[in-house]
Ligand binder design. Structure first.
Ligand SMILES: *[C@@H]1O[C@H](CO)[C@@H](O)[C@H](O)[C@H]1NC(C)=O
Ligand SMILES: *[C@@H]1O[C@H](CO)[C@@H](O)[C@H](O)[C@H]1NC(C)=O
Ligand SMILES: *[C@@H]1O[C@H](CO)[C@@H](O)[C@H](O)[C@H]1NC(C)=O
Ligand SMILES: *[C@@H]1O[C@H](CO)[C@@H](O)[C@H](O)[C@H]1NC(C)=O
Ligand SMILES: *[C@@H]1O[C@H](CO)[C@@H](O)[C@H](O)[C@H]1NC(C)=O
Ligand SMILES: *[C@@H]1O[C@H](CO)[C@@H](O)[C@H](O)[C@H]1NC(C)=O
Ligand SMILES: *[C@@H]1O[C@H](CO)[C@@H](O)[C@H](O)[C@H]1NC(C)=O
Ligand SMILES: *[C@@H]1O[C@H](CO)[C@@H](O)[C@H](O)[C@H]1NC(C)=O
Ligand SMILES: *[C@@H]1O[C@H](CO)[C@@H](O)[C@H](O)[C@H]1NC(C)=O
Ligand SMILES: *[C@@H]1O[C@H](CO)[C@@H](O)[C@H](O)[C@H]1NC(C)=O
Ligand SMILES: CC(=O)N[C@H]1CO[C@H](CO)[C@@H](O)[C@@H]1O
Length: 859
């Protein structure tokens, strides 16, 4: 580089960054300030980094010319380099007559080789595409826009399935997420070892792929005076009536193309899907999509299924039960009347335009009952949603009991329908776990991800926003939804929708109390806890009543509210894990109660926490074995139990030490594993649970174990191979090679994102001990192997800049710039003397009050 150019570059950098360190005296480069970025007025158009002819992950033949399609099956592969989200857009510059293209989407490259892409994701009807294959009819030149948001993908393929002479000049996504570049993020972290920089950077991008501002996630249905226009997607249900017995559902439907679809007696919002799926296909007139799977959905047929969908997607089982061929032509663009009778004894009769087309008993097929490892909700209703690449109108829906009484009647022409069926654009700040699939707003998973938001983007609205959403859906019993739809819901539906998703995981309520505490501690937002205090208290009362066993004082009430046993993922009384959630929830609640002046309540919460702590040590400690394990089940304990015991600082140092030693037996290349919490699903390393363990190990000053865990579980996510997404993954294969649970895995998933917090709070070592960082620590983990680390930490008083590293003499140097008013206790990661502002001291720690810059050097 010429010296003139480097001078210019330096000038630009100087203009861009405010230098806060003197680069010559310390072993790290200057710590930058956030770069200025203003959000563009229009959604950015995101284009691939490579376009290659054929189906391939090899980008060496990257095209710069347009995509030309002349022969059926001509295919192009588009690589966006990392996960992106938005509505697909194609710039068409030529087409002869009309053409059809099949477009696939996937996060891991391998999904492009699958006819279904990496879907379908019939997990939730969640303001995005259910299907990861979309077929487009190209009839004219100009812009062609997809209707659905595709929630997260790095790869896309485009295949010609009909026609010729098609030229696509450009393809990409109109982004539906925040595209703020990483150098403009408030928080920051870098290390001499770029692996750690890369891992930290997964946090802000994952937040943007999973957290959405109001109005950004568009409705999936359209309402007009013609009725509800519904494109192929997971059927969405009403909650205005539920659990009907011996009734008939009748409606009118006009197929626009392909077919129409509905469900009966299916769980509302819950992660379960047991009622029948119906897809009625059209006669497929000339011009229908050329890629229709005529084996799965033949023309003029009523297809019957059960489970999540007509197709399997890893651990979302789908069942194709039957096909009823019709001896009439099901015409498109004409109204038909469908009447479905649910006789209440598992038998169903379906009539089309008054003529019986099917009559069956669903249990006679012998499949598709409760998913073995997740209890379902108790409230069921009907739902509408056609199959892939179909679209239909629905109107004049009536539900009539066998007594003749009509109990539901809806013309489906009012805009309220969107809210009733939970498919309206979001009006609140919301966070899902995952970009592409797990698009429910989950409560407990945010125990990890909310703190990532606080230390990285500082976009606090993605912490208090989803919390307010959950609180606005609280029932009078105190229950908050464990997971909830993005869409606004009406008050008429709250009780059913909230209660129906609850049996799953009560301990998420205690985790939610911790989320609120963690937010309050970092933000100092007193308004929030004051405003919602009585609701927070009632969450606790409800969860305690549901889960505290008065005999043992442990978590483990035998039954849920519908008599459903509390079993399954994280709900099972395996070992101490859930009990520690309860203890920590109570203790955090007590801290907030004290702050607000509710002294006697605080005492009551603490008293219960102490009783339960004692009970864990008394009932669950096995002194022969040297571990904590459940007295209730036979399964013993797993890594989550160990993690929680460390986090809750349960028992003595000796007991925790012995328990930590048990990790060795659970070790796999991708971290630690235990199969017991996931029933019969394939073995995976779970970054969510391992996030708890990482924090637990950090709290115990287990530097070596925590660094190994960081490397083994999260290192694979920053390898630049075909599965890289620039975001945190949901699961890792036990061998640490790729995303863990096949195509089901979300490769942009916010639940296992703790390393961003770990790197800021334990490796850099900046963590709050007092509200709003009024008191905070600069206390890096001793012995963490790297040459230097540096970072910025957002606090309500401003940014903290900090760094530590080894100087030329191999001695640790630490430096921190403290905003005004804050008090920092510096605990160096070594023993012995150090110099502090030119003076040598023997102290273990020093406390300084801002605003100032402090440098410490090991003597
Ligand atoms: C592919 O080509 C485009 C246009 O020339 C270029 O901008 C892009 O960087 C290339 N991508 C790769 C991965 O080489
Ligand atoms: C296109 O590919 C499909 C699937 O591989 C194959 O069945 C079909 O015969 C091909 N069509 C043509 C015209 O090559
Ligand atoms: C950076 O850290 C990774 C993960 O621990 C390690 O594999 C790699 O060797 C380190 N690189 C350097 C240059 O130390
Ligand atoms: C595609 O467009 C052609 C030409 O307008 C039309 O005949 C055909 O019905 C359309 N197909 C679908 C599935 O919309
Ligand atoms: C899905 O998988 C289950 C269990 O392996 C199987 O019984 C079922 O037939 C599969 N469904 C489809 C549509 O292939
Ligand atoms: C269905 O349509 C086909 C042609 O599209 C026609 O030959 C047949 O007679 C029709 N069947 C009935 C029952 O209308
Ligand atoms: C505090 O929380 C409330 C929500 O209760 C929110 O409206 C407000 O913006 C928050 N304050 C700050 C400073 O973020
Ligand atoms: C304690 O653990 C040992 C295995 O180390 C086991 O044999 C014994 O049954 C356990 N005791 C109880 C009371 O569960
Ligand atoms: C971990 O180390 C810090 C700093 O030396 C110390 O304050 C803390 O008590 C230690 N924690 C444990 C569990 O040993
Ligand atoms: C990418 O992930 C898939 C599983 O989604 C796996 O089969 C494949 O081997 C992985 N590729 C690499 C290069 O790790
Ligand atoms: C300690 C413990 O419970 N370990 C179990 C974890 O899961 C594996 C795989 O299912 C079991 O083999 C272990 O016994």
């Amino acid at each position: 580089m010429s010296s003139l150019r480097s001078l210019l570059l330096l000038a630009t950098l100087l203009a861009k960054f405010k230098f806060v360190t003197n680069a010559s005296s310390v072993p790290w480069p200057a710590i930058p300030s956030p770069a200025v970025y203003s959000t563009p007025p229009d959604a950015p158009f995101i284009e691939p980094i490579s376009v290659v002819q054929g189906l391939t992950s090899d980008s060496s033949e990257n095209l710069s010319s347009p995509m030309v399609f002349n022969t059926i099956n001509d295919t192009y592969t588009l690589d966006y380099g990392r996960a992106v989200a938005g509505k697909p857009r194609f710039a068409i510059t030529s087409v002869t007559d009309f053409a059809q293209i099949e477009v696939r989407y996937t996060e891991s490259y391998v999904g492009l080789e699958n006819p279904q892409g990496d879907g379908p994701f019939a997990f939730a009807n969640a303001l995005a595409a259910t299907f990861r294959v979309e077929t487009f009819n190209v009839t004219q030149i100009g812009e062609l826009n997809g209707y659905f948001i595709q929630g997260s993908q790095r790869w896309q393929s485009i295949r010609l399935i009909r026609g010729s002479g098609l030229t696509i000049e450009r393809a990409g996504f109109v982004s539906t997420i925040d595209e703020t570049p990483i150098d403009s993020t408030a928080g920051y972290f870098a290390s001499s070892n770029s692996t750690y920089t890369d891992i930290w950077n997964l946090g802000p991008r994952t937040e943007h792929l999973c957290c959405f501002p109001p109005g950004s996630q568009s409705s999936t249905w359209e309402i007009s005076e013609k009725g509800a226009y519904i494109r192929g997607q997971k059927p969405a249900s009403t909650a205005h009536i539920s659990n009907m017995q011996n009734y008939s559902l009748s409606f009118e439907t006009m197929i626009d193309f392909g077919g129409t679809g509905w469900r009966l007696d299916t769980e509302i919002d819950a992660i379960q899907a047991t009622g029948p799926i119906f897809v009625l296909t059209s006669e497929y007139p000339e011009g229908s999509f050329a890629n229709i799977d005529r084996n799965l959905v033949p023309p003029n047929t009523l297809v019957l299924g059960r489970g999540w969908s007509l197709q399997n997607q890893t651990s979302l089982p789908g069942f194709l039960l039957d096909k009823f061929p019709l001896n009439i032509n099901v015409t498109e663009k004409e109204w038909h009347t469908i009447k479905s009778l649910s006789h209440g004894d598992d038998t169903y009769t379906i009539l089309l335009d008054g003529q019986e087309i099917a009559n069956f008993n669903i249990s006679s097929y012998g499949v598709g009952n409760y998913n073995p490892y997740i209890p379902g909700g108790a409230s069921k209703s009907f739902a509408f949603g056609p199959w892939q690449d179909q679209a239909a109108w629905i109107r004049n829906v009536d539900v009539t009991l066998s007594t003749g009484e009509t109990i539901y009647s809806n013309s489906m022409t009012s805009p309220d329908v969107l809210i009733e069926y939970g498919v309206q654009a979001n009006e609140e700040y919301i966070c899902s776990d995952a970009g592409k699939r797990d698009r429910y707003s989950w409560l407990g998973d945010r125990l990890i991800s909310s703190r990532v938001t606080m230390v990285s983007t500082a976009e606090e609205e993605f912490v208090w926003g989803p919390a307010e959403q959950a609180l606005s859906r609280q029932t009078t019993a105190g229950q908050v939804p464990i997971n909830t739809l993005f869409s606004p819901i009406d008050t008429e539906s709250i009780l059913i929708r909230t209660a129906n998703v609850d049996p799953l995981i009560v301990d998420y309520s205690f985790d939610f109390i911790q989320v609120i505490y963690d937010y309050w501690l970092r933000s100092g937002n007193d308004t929030f806890i004051q405003q919602y205090w009585s609701q927070i208290v009632s969450i606790n009362s409800y969860a305690i009543s549901r889960s505290l066993d008065p005999e043992t004082q442990l978590y483990g009430a035998p039954q849920g509210p519908f008599g459903i046993p509390l079993s399954g993922e994280k709900g099972q009384a395996l070992g101490p894990a859930n009990t520690v959630s309860l203890i920590l929830g109570l203790e955090r609640l007590a801290d907030m109660a004290d702050y607000l002046g509710y002294v006697s309540s605080a005492m009551a919460y603490r008293k219960q926490a102490i009783l339960t702590r004692e009970a864990v040590d008394r009932h669950l400690w096995n002194s022969t074995g040297g571990f904590y394990a459940s007295t209730i089940g036979a399964s013993g304990y797993d890594m989550m139990d160990i993690a929680q015991v460390l986090l809750g600082k349960i028992g003595t140092d000796e007991r925790r030490g012995a328990y930590t030693d048990k990790l060795a037996a659970l070790r796999v290349p991708a971290g630690y594993m235990n199969g017991t919490r996931f029933g019969d699903t394939p073995q995976v390393a779970n970054p969510y649970y391992l996030s708890f363990l990482l924090e637990g190990l950090a709290k115990e000053n287990q530097t070596e174990l925590s660094q190994e865990l960081l490397d083994n579980t999260w290192g694979p996510m920053v390898r630049r191979d075909v599965n890289y997404t620039g975001a945190y993954w949901e699961y890792v294969s036990p061998d640490g090679k790729y995303p863990g649970l096949d195509l089901f895995t979300a490769n942009s998933h916010y639940w296992g994102s703790y390393p961003t917090v770990f790197l800021t709070e334990y490796v850099l070592g900046i963590r709050p001990t007092g509200k709003a960082y009024s008191d905070f620590l600069f206390s890096p983990l001793a012995g963490f192997k790297t040459e230097w680390v540096q970072g910025r930490v957002p606090t309500p008083a401003g940014l903290v800049f900090a760094a530590w590293g080894y100087n030329a003499q191999g001695k640790v140097v630490m430096e921190i710039t403290i905003p005004a008013e804050l008090r920092c206790t510096i605990i160096p990661p070594f023993e012995g003397q150090f110099s502090f502002n030119e003076q040598v001291t023997q102290n273990q720690s020093i406390t300084v009050v801002g605003e100032q810059k402090v440098t410490i050097t090991e003597e």
